[in-house]
Structures are given as C-alpha cells and as structure tokens.
Design a protein. Structure first.
Length: 430
C-alpha cells in the first residue's frame, strides 16, 4: 500500500511537469485501481478459493454415490455424560412462597332436611271430656245427697212426706214442680220402703226433662239464606259468652259465622263480642254506642245475606225482666229481622243463669210474654247447687233446653241430654 501511494505521488509530480494531457491520461489509468481499493476497504479482507478442476466422470460419481462421512476426531477434553438441563443446572435456592393467611372457616351450612325427615309436630291430645256428673256434683249433693239422709232406713209415711216436701221446695225446683213430684211419691211409694222413693223421683224428673230435649231437625242449612239466631237474657247471665261459644262450635263445623253486637248500651259487651270474633275468626257487625239495637240487627242480617254466611247470631241488650219498655223493644227487633228473611229469627234462645235459682223461672215467664222463645240455655251449672231449676223450667214451660253450660271452655257448652243429666244427678244408679 505504501508503494501505491508513492507511485501516485510521483504521477502527480510528473503530470505537473509534463503538462495536463499526461495528467488526464494517468488519472484515467489510476481510477479503476482507486475504485478497487475503496471496495476492498468497505467489504473487508476476502479469501480467494481456488477451485479444483474435476473431470466430468468424477462429478458424476460424486453425485451418484454419497461421500463417506469422516470420522470425528476424539475430543481433546473428556466429555461428561449428557444430562438434561434440569439435572445439569445447579439447584436453584429454595424460594419460600408466602403462605396465604388461612381463610376463616366457613360457617356450617345446615342442609335442609327433606319434609319426610322432619319430626312431626306434637299433636295436642284432645282434652278428655269431663263427666257431667263431676260438673253437677254440687247440685247432686244438694238434691240427692239430702234425699238419702231423709230416706235412709225408713218407710214412706206422713212424717217422711213432710220432710220430703220441705226438701223439694228448697231445691229450686219451683213450687208447681215440687208439688208434682210429691204427688208422684204419694201415689207410687206410699207405705213402701224408702228406697222406692229414690226411684220414683228419678223417673218422674226424667219424664219432665225428656219432654224438653231439643229436636235436631232445625239448624243451619234447613232454610234458605243464613240461619239467624237471636240471643236474649239479662246482664250477667252469660249471654255474650254463650254467643262466642256457639260461634266457635259452628266455625269448627266449617260454617261461616257472622256476629251482631246488638247490646249497644254496654260497651263492654261489644268489646267482649269482638274478642270472641277475633278468637273464632268471624266478622262482628257493630253500631254506635247507645244506638238502636234493632238497626244493628238489621245491618247484621243484611251483611250475612251479602256475604253468604251460614249462621248469623245477634246479641241483644241485657235487660231486667221488670223493665217493660226494654222488654217490648224485643218485638221491634223481631220485626226488623224478618224484613229480608221472612222466617227470621229461626231460633230465639233465652240464656238463664242457674245460680239465680227460682228467679230464672221468673225471667223465663216474662221473656216468653214478649218473644217467641224457641230454646233455653242453662249456664254455670258447674258452680251452683241450684241446678234443679232446669226441672222446674221444663215442667212449667216445656221449652226445649238446647244447651247447658258446665265450664269455661268452648267444649263445656254441651247439647242437653235428659238421660245424661238424670244419671249425673243420681250417680248411684251406675
């Protein structure tokens, strides 16, 4: 390369001495060399392979036969057995992954128990029916117990009849009934053993009560429209409670019941009836305090017809039998009830408190004068010794006895049964 530079410098000097022509000629000759020089500088050093001349035959053989592969030279360094990358790589340091905080235990989910596996709800056993004999114990002791003390070991004579007469007159049977029973003893047991008197009185009372056993032909469903029941009685007789128990009985039979709070003069009566309505699940029609009871009765029947009720029970104002204007008002209620239902009221029940004794007979006498009483209800028989009044009521009025009240429960308002009642009064027959 230094030689080439010297030649170039000499050429330049010579061209300057010999003129321009020779300079151009020299530049043209040197130009290819300059181009080649610059190309070599750009591409780097180049190795020139000298091709070996081969004959056509050798080229054909080379194409036809594969060249043997030259054996590999033994490695200068002993090779180690090939290992996988995972095996040959040095073990990575154990990286402790952060332990996530323990999740709080999930609340235990109680799987629903299939209906078949659920324990059956305890079925409340029905209350045992209390024997009527137990509820009439005080009346039985007052009548039959005293009778046993008189008759024990004696014959029927004049002295015994006098004692028997006093007993019957003080047993709240009523004067007429007491005389009737005494006549039966005189005619059937005179001169006989005193034990016969027991049987004569038993059968004579049964005959009187048998005549007033209630007929079951009338009742809800026996007439078109709702069965209307009008309930009468003095204050304190148990009238409103009897209405509630009747409503519960009919509702238990699947009937739709409507109540009318016709006792507008006593706020407590309306409230008490509303409590019974909520307990039984029936509607109660009320009026303004001090309003017209007949208007409430009219509205109640109207509502019963509109709602398709089966039973309609109308309460009335409690009144003393000595108050004539109040008693006469019952006639107005009767007329109002029959405007939309010609046969209404289908029942007119008179509620009497057995504790009043012979006063109950006086009440029945005056109530029957102003209203057509179709049935009697004797209440509070379980707490009185004056239950014998039922015999006097049956003997004098011959009005059917529909129900007897022998306790506070709904089931204690029982249908009257003459034989059951007599057996309860005379327990020694069992």
């Amino acid at each position: 390369m230094n030689g080439f530079t010297s030649i170039l410098e000499s050429a330049v000097i010579w061209s300057m001495e010999n003129g321009l022509f020779f300079a151009v000629l020299i530049a043209a000759a040197l130009l290819p060399m300059l181009l080649l020089f610059f190309l070599e500088r750009l591409s780097g050093p180049r190795q020139l392979d000298v091709p070996r001349e081969e004959s056509e035959a050798e080229a054909a053989v080379e194409l036809a036969e594969p060249r043997p592969v030259a054996a590999e030279a033994p490695p200068l360094v002993e090779t180690l057995p090939v290992e996988t990358a995972a095996e040959s790589a040095p073990p990575a340091p154990a990286v402790e992954e952060p332990i996530p905080p323990a999740a709080p235990p999930a609340p235990a989910v109680e799987e629903p128990i299939p209906p078949a596996a659920l324990p059956a709800p305890p079925v409340e056993a029905p209350k045992p029916r209390v024997r009527l004999r137990d509820r009439l114990a005080r009346t039985s002791e007052n009548l039959v117990g005293r009778l046993g003390g008189i008759l024990s070991g004696r014959k029927v004579d004049a002295d015994l009849l006098d004692e028997l007469e006093a007993l019957l007159f003080t047993a709240d049977l009523g004067v007429a009934t007491a005389e009737s029973l005494l006549d039966a003893v005189r005619s059937k047991a005179s001169g006989a053993d005193a034990s016969v008197v027991h049987e004569v009185l038993r059968e004579a009372m049964y005959e009187k009560l048998r005549r007033v056993e209630s007929e079951t032909s009338s009742g809800p469903g026996s007439s078109d429209g709702p069965h209307v029941i009008l309930v009468l009685g003095v204050n304190g007789s148990g009238k409103t409670t009897t209405i509630g128990k009747l409503a519960a009985r009919y509702a238990g039979e699947g009937k739709q019941v409507l109540l009318g709070a016709g006792d507008t003069f006593r706020a407590a009566a309306t409230e008490q009836l509303q409590v019974w309505g909520e307990r039984v699940g029936c509607e109660v029609i009320t009026g303004k305090p001090g309003g017209d009871p007949a208007a409430v009765a009219f509205d109640t029947v109207k509502a019963a017809i509109a709602r398709g009720a089966d039973v309609c029970i109308v309460d009335t104002a409690g009144r003393l039998q000595t108050k004539k204007p109040l008693m006469e008002e019952l006639g107005k209620i009767h007329r109002v009830l029959s405007r939309d239902l010609p046969d209404a009221p289908h029942e007119c029940l008179l509620v009497l408190d057995s504790n009043t004794g012979q006063n109950a007979i006086s009440q029945a006498r005056l109530f029957t004068e102003v209203a057509k009483i179709t049935g009697l209800v004797l209440t509070k028989l379980d707490g009185t010794a004056k239950g014998g009044v039922i015999v006097g009521l049956a003997d004098e009025f011959e009005i059917p006895v529909r129900y007897v009240g022998v306790g506070e429960g709904v089931e204690d308002l029982r249908d009257f049964d003459a034989r059951e009642f007599i057996d309860a009064l005379f327990p020694e027959r069992d």
